[in-house]
Ligand binder design. Structure first.
Ligand code: ZN
Length: 574
C-alpha cells in the first residue's frame, strides 16, 4: 500500500471510531423498569413469558449435557493457578422441575475426560438425585428411592434457573428486596421461604435474568460463591429459557459447571417425583466401561482378579478389640459425632488410622501423613493422635499432594495448629485454601483465625531425631501427581504413599511410577502403608499393580480397535 494513502486511511478510521464512542457515551443506558425490587421481578417475569404464564407453568424438563471441573478445580496435575483444568462429562443430563409440588429429579451419566484409575470413572453410570419439598432422596439402579442427600444444595439448584427463581417471587416461595445497580445490571436479593439467600441480576433492555449467585459450604475452601450465568434464551411452551449455563466459583474463576442445553419440555406428562414414588430401573454403565459393572465405582465383577489386601495385623492403643482398617478402601474412616476411628499399630512408632492417615512418632512429637476424609474426620484423627503417646503433641502434617480428596481436612489441620509439609508449590494452593473465610458456614479454621505454617520440600527432606528417621521424597514419573511427596522410614523399610500404586486397583494408568520411585531413591521397601488401601507387603503391592497395568493396555487396545481414542491411550506404560 502507498504510504500516504495508508496514513489517510488510518486517520479516517480513527475519526470514525471516536465518533462512535462519543455516540455510545451520549446514549442513555437502558434501565430495568420501575424502582422497587418487586418491579424488577415483574419486568423479568414479563420478559420470560408474563406473570400469568409463569404462575401457570406446571413443570419443566431440561435436557442436555454438562461438564464439571474435576474436584471443583482441585484435581489438576499441578496445584498452581492456570494448570490445565480436568473436566468430567455429565451426559444424558436431565432435570425435571415439578413446580406445582416443589419437587425435582436430576439425572446424569458421568465420564472422566482424563484417565482415571477405576472403571467407574469411565462407566457412564446413571446417577439420579431427587428433591421432594424439604427432603432429598436418591434413586438406585433398581429404581428404588433411598432417602438422604443435601436438601439445601438441591434446593439452591432448583432455583438456579431464571424461570423457577422469578416464579418463586410470584408464588410467594421467595421474597425480594435490595434493588441496586451493578455494571449495567439490576440486582435484587431473593430470600427463599426456607431462609436461603440468592442474588438475581437482570439485564436491560430485554430484562431477562443474566445470572444467579449464592453461597455454598465447601470443605477445602470454607465456602464458595457459585454464580450461574444464562446464555441464549429461546422460547419453549410460552416461556423463555436459556440454552447455556456457566457456573463459576469465586475461587480461581473455576468453571464449576458448564451446561449445554439440547432443549426443554414445558408442561409435559412427567411421572410423580415424590420421595414415595417408584422409578424405572436403569441400565448402569455404557459400552466404554471395560468389564461389566456391578455398580458405579465398585470393584468390577467377572474379571477374575481378587484383592490381595490382607487383614490388619494388630490393633493400636486406645482401640483394643476394634479390628479396624480392613477392606480394599483402607477401612472405615469417617468420624460420626466423635466416634473413635480404628487405628492399626503398623510398627514401632507408626500407626495407620482407618480412612488413610498415618501417624509417625518422633522423640518429642507426632507427625501425621495426609488429612483427607473431611473436617470432622481429621478433627477426630488429631484428637486420637494426641492420645497415642501420652505427652507427645501432634505438630506436623505431611500432605502427599493437593488433590481435594486428600486435603478435605487441611483447614482442620491448620485450625489445630499443625505445620504443613509438602512440595513447595503445594504451599501456594494450601495458602489460598486456608486464607479463605467462611462467615456463612463457619468451620474451626474460620473461628480460629489461624493461618498456614508451611515447610516446603523440594527434592528431599529428612525428618530425624533420636527416635525416628523419615525421608520425604518428591514423587517422579507420575502423570496423576505433578507435585507430590511420599515418605520412607528406613528402620522399618516402610513406604508411605498416596495414589502412586493405590489410587485404585483396577486400571493403573501411572502404574510404572510405583517401581520408578523406589528405583530412583534406591530404597528397600518391605511394607507399603497407603492412604487409600490397606497395608501391604512389597510383593502384595507389586502383584496388585502389574495386572492393573495390563488392564490399561487391554482397555486402550479394545477401544482403539473400535476407532475410539480416549485420553491416556495408547498407554504410556512399559
Ligand atoms: Zn487419591
Amino acid at each position: 500500500m502507498n504510504r500516504a494513502l495508508h496514513t489517510i486511511t488510518a486517520i479516517v478510521g480513527l475519526t470514525a471510531l471516536t465518533a462512535m464512542a462519543g455516540h455510545a457515551q451520549n446514549a442513555p443506558a437502558a434501565q430495568v423498569p420501575g424502582t422497587t425490587a418487586r418491579q424488577a421481578i415483574d419486568a423479568a417475569a414479563a420478559a420470560l413469558g408474563g406473570v400469568d404464564r409463569l404462575r401457570a407453568v406446571r413443570n419443566i424438563t431440561l435436557m442436555g449435557y454438562a461438564q464439571y471441573a474435576y474436584q471443583n478445580g482441585g484435581g489438576n496435575i499441578s496445584p498452581l493457578p492456570g494448570a490445565p483444568q480436568k473436566f468430567i462429562a455429565a451426559n444424558d443430563y436431565r432435570r425435571s422441575y415439578d413446580l406445582q409440588n416443589t419437587r425435582m429429579l436430576h439425572q446424569e451419566r458421568r465420564n472422566d475426560l482424563f484417565p482415571f484409575a477405576n472403571y467407574g470413572g469411565h462407566s457412564f453410570a446413571l446417577a439420579r438425585q431427587g428433591l421432594d419439598g424439604a427432603e432429598a432422596y436418591n434413586v438406585n439402579a433398581q429404581g428404588a428411592v433411598q432417602r438422604g442427600g443435601d436438601a439445601r444444595d438441591r434446593r439452591m439448584w432448583f432455583y438456579t434457573n431464571p424461570v423457577t427463581a422469578v416464579r418463586a417471587v410470584l408464588t410467594g416461595a421467595a421474597t425480594v428486596a435490595n434493588r441496586r445497580q451493578q455494571n449495567g445490571l439490576t440486582l435484587v436479593d431473593l430470600t427463599l421461604k426456607e431462609g436461603d439467600k440468592m442474588t438475581l441480576a437482570i439485564r436491560p433492555p430485554e430484562n431477562r435474568p443474566q445470572w444467579i449467585s449464592w453461597v455454598a459450604p465447601q470443605t477445602n475452601l470454607g465456602e464458595v460463591v457459585l454464580t450461574t450465568t444464562f446464555y441464549g434464551y429461546q422460547p419453549y411452551g410460552g416461556v423463555e429459557l436459556p440454552m447455556g449455563y456457566t457456573t463459576k466459583m469465586d475461587w480461581r474463576d473455576v468453571d464449576f459447571k458448564k451446561l449445554y442445553i439440547d432443549g426443554y419440555l414445558v408442561d409435559s406428562d412427567i411421572p410423580s417425583l415424590a420421595a414415595t414414588a417408584t422409578f424405572p430401573a436403569a441400565p448402569l454403565g455404557g459400552t466404554l466401561a471395560g468389564p461389566p459393572q456391578v455398580g458405579a465405582g465398585t470393584l468390577t465383577a467377572g474379571r477374575g482378579f481378587e484383592s490381595l489386601l490382607p487383614a490388619p495385623r494388630t490393633v493400636g492403643p486406645g482401640d483394643a478389640g476394634r479390628a479396624g482398617g480392613a477392606g480394599r478402601a483402607g477401612g472405615p474412616g469417617a468420624a460420626a459425632d466423635g466416634q473413635p476411628i480404628p487405628v492399626v499399630n503398623v510398627a514401632r512408632g507408626v500407626w495407620r488410622f482407618g480412612g488413610g492417615t498415618i501417624a509417625i512418632e518422633f522423640a518429642d512429637h507426632i507427625t501425621l501423613f495426609e488429612a483427607g476424609g473431611g473436617l470432622a474426620r481429621v478433627k477426630q484423627v488429631v484428637a486420637q493422635a494426641r492420645q497415642l503417646v501420652p505427652g507427645k503433641p501432634v505438630t506436623q502434617l505431611i500432605q502427599s499432594h493437593h488433590h481435594f480428596d486428600h486435603t478435605a481436612g487441611l483447614r482442620q489441620a491448620v485450625a489445630e495448629g499443625l505445620t504443613i509439609i509438602s512440595r513447595r508449590d503445594n504451599g501456594v494452593i494450601f495458602k489460598e485454601m486456608t486464607d479463605r473465610k467462611a462467615p456463612n458456614f463457619p468451620d474451626d479454621l474460620h473461628r480460629s483465625g489461624r493461618t498456614l505454617r508451611f515447610l516446603p520440600v523440594d527434592d528431599h527432606l529428612q525428618l530425624k531425631d533420636a527416635s525416628m528417621t523419615m525421608d520425604v521424597y518428591r514423587i517422579i514419573a507420575n502423570n496423576h501427581i505433578g507435585d507430590g511427596v511420599f515418605a520412607y522410614i528406613p528402620e522399618h523399610k516402610i513406604y508411605i504413599e498416596a495414589d502412586i500404586a493405590t489410587a485404585a486397583e483396577e486400571i493403573q494408568w501411572w502404574g510404572d511410577s510405583w517401581l520408578a520411585n523406589i528405583a530412583h531413591r534406591k530404597i528397600d521397601v518391605a511394607t507399603v502403608v497407603p492412604v487409600h488401601m490397606d497395608i501391604m507387603t512389597f510383593e502384595e503391592a507389586d502383584r496388585m499393580v502389574r495386572p492393573g497395568i495390563q488392564r490399561v493396555k487391554d482397555y486402550c487396545a479394545e477401544h482403539i480397535k473400535k476407532g475410539n481414542w480416549f485420553p491416556g491411550c495408547p498407554a504410556f506404560l512399559r
